[in-house]
Ligand binder design. Structure first.
Ligand SMILES: Nc1ncnc2c1ncn2[C@@H]1O[C@H](COP(=O)(O)OP(=O)(O)OP(=O)(O)O)[C@@H](O)[C@H]1O
Length: 276
């Protein structure tokens, strides 16, 4: 981790313009769940490449299988058929290069551990000495604007601050890619906007690849270099839309752009059609 990194709202051109090398590659992915009434097919032949440094947002109808896809991509769930590759290696367990942030921060943080210990937790598996773990955790907390909260417990923080802790924990691990499943769904609108900008700045500062699942179309267009629209169940990739809004996004100015409005309308129409 770059410990001296100062994370500010992104006003600089991205140093991590998406390259062409896919860090994540999903090929012919199928997933079915066994239910009492038989197998339920959720994902049906999903193909998706994510380039190094790219920010990809996954949207689709409710229940389409967005979480299922993200879980398969993160190695938390085996596919029924097809493959997920990270840097060319087939994923058969959670890869070291990937960190995941879930919506429900209250369940992902350990309430009996201080904020600092929560952030240090995954670093043990890297065999890092304790002094380095502490320094790395402190740097990650500074990076998400939580300097000075290390000795507090998660339940002493607001929802938005707890989600920042979860993001700090992911950052401290220094993943090549961050997979996020509706990470801002449980916080208020202003905190959500702040966290969106935080994630953009983290992407710029740490050169990270991000895949984010969201229900919020504005959020997808605001954050993404590309929005991947999934079809209704069983799910395929319906359309991939390049978001040509440049690297610098601003909550007010970007969302007022005619291009932004046109993209949002296009994504919304695709999701409505997928629901029909
Ligand atoms: N463990 C499971 N066992 C059986 N069925 C499951 C399981 N997990 C998910 N499903 C089913 O798979 C389908 C897709 O679920 P998933 O959570 O991946 O969709 P989603 O697009 O993320 O949903 P939402 O938009 O509501 O968050 C749903 O019909 C769900 O009921």
């Amino acid at each position: 981790m770059r410990r001296t990194a100062v994370i500010e709202t992104s006003t600089q051109p991205s140093s991590t313009a998406p390259g062409n090398t896919p860090i994540l590659s999903v090929q012919g992915l199928r997933k079915s769940y066994r239910t009492r009434t038989g197998d339920q097919f959720v994902l049906d032949d999903v193909d998706l490449d994510v380039a190094t440094g790219e920010f990809v947002c996954l949207v689709g109808p409710s229940g389409a299988g967005k979480t299922t896809l993200l879980r398969c991509m993160s190695g938390l769930m085996p596919p029924t058929a097809g493959t997920v590759q990270v840097q060319g290696r087939v994923v058969d367990r959670p890869p070291a290069e990937i960190a995941v942030v879930f919506q429900d921060y209250s369940r992902s943080l350990m309430p009996w551990m201080s904020v600092e210990r929560n952030v240090m937790l995954p670093l043990r598996s890297k065999g890092m000495p304790k002094t380095e773990r502490i320094a790395t955790a402190q740097a990650a907390l500074i990076a998400v604007g939580l300097d000075g909260t290390g000795t507090k417990y998660p339940w002493q923080l607001s929802g938005g601050m707890q989600q920042r802790v979860a993001i700090a924990r992911a950052l401290a691990y220094e993943p090549r890619a961050l997979l996020m499943d509706e990470p801002f769904a449980s916080v208020d609108a202003q905190t959500r906007a702040d966290l969106e900008d935080l994630v953009l700045s983290v992407r710029d500062a740490f050169g990270m690849t991000i895949v984010l699942v969201t229900h919020d179309i504005d959020e997808a267009v605001y954050l993404g270099d590309r929005v991947v629209v999934l079809s209704g169940s069983p799910t395929r990739v319906r359309e991939e839309i390049t978001v040509d809004l440049g690297p610098n996004r601003d909550q007010l100015a970007t969302k007022a752009l005619p291009e932004f409005v046109a993209l949002r309308t296009r994504v919304l129409r695709l999701i409505r059609e997928a629901n029909a």
